[in-house]
Design a protein around this ligand. Structure first.
Ligand code: GDP
Length: 199
């Protein structure tokens, strides 16, 4: 599945223009700059599939990527959240788009919520977890940029996040640790997605 060519299939700025539901979908959410594009690129082995965002506040779109040859898996790049400078209206429109998407998407099998290993879990992430709790989708936290922190700090952020997750019954209790730079956690994440296809 991850050996073949992944492709961009659709970008949707609103809930009215989503692609028809098909395949199994796995979505990625996270604060802007968390390393979401890099993770999608590392997973799919395509260095520029998801555009890495250097400009905060780029268009808020749900972007769909499709795996090779009817394998039946789609990845959904959700718009980043949590710009310090984002106006309230923008935050509200993000929440609305995501909330609607999560509630109405029967094909969505899993959401991965990305958290920067250097920063750990923030209030804005907790808010997103609350939004996820209100939907029927199972979700899991993925730590990004593990190569950037010392083991003790990583451990501390994993423990803090695990403690926070205990308050969210819809969340997977286990945190996945990854690095797009050195490949840590990629086989585990790919395997988890392949398992979803089989369910
Ligand atoms: P996005 O805004 O969430 O899509 O984040 P990007 O993928 O654009 O990444 C933001 C910045 O973090 C970029 O400068 C990336 O090169 C860097 N980055 C992303 N993932 C990693 C990682 O695993 N390790 C390191 N060292 N840097 C990373």
């Amino acid at each position: 599945l991850f050996a073949g060519e992944w492709q961009f299939v659709w970008a949707s700025p609103s809930i009215e223009t989503l692609p028809p539901m098909a395949s199994v979908e796995v979505a990625f959410a996270g604060r802007s700059n968390v390393g979401k594009s890099s993770l999608i690129n590392a997973l799919t082995g395509r260095s520029a599939l998801a555009r890495t965002s250097h400009t905060p506040g780029r268009t808020q779109e749900l972007i769909f990527f499709e795996g090779p040859d009817n394998a039946g898996l789609r990845l959904v790049d959700m718009p980043g959240y949590g710009y310090a400078s984002a106006p309230k209206t923008k935050v509200a429109s993000w929440t609305k788009l995501i909330h609607q998407f999560l509630l109405g998407r029967a094909t969505l099998a899993r959401v991965y919520v990305l958290i920067d290993a250097r920063h750990g879990i923030k209030d804005v992430d907790q808010d997103v977890l609350k939004t996820l709790d209100k939907s029927a989708v199972s979700y899991q936290v993925v730590m990004t940029k593990a190569d950037q922190v010392k083991p003790a700090e990583l451990q501390k952020h994993i423990e803090e996040t695990t403690a926070a997750l205990a308050k969210h019954p819809a969340a997977f209790p286990e945190v996945l640790v990854t690095s797009s730079k050195n490949g840590t956690g990629m086989p585990e994440l790919r395997a988890a997605m392949v398992r979803l296809l089989g369910e």
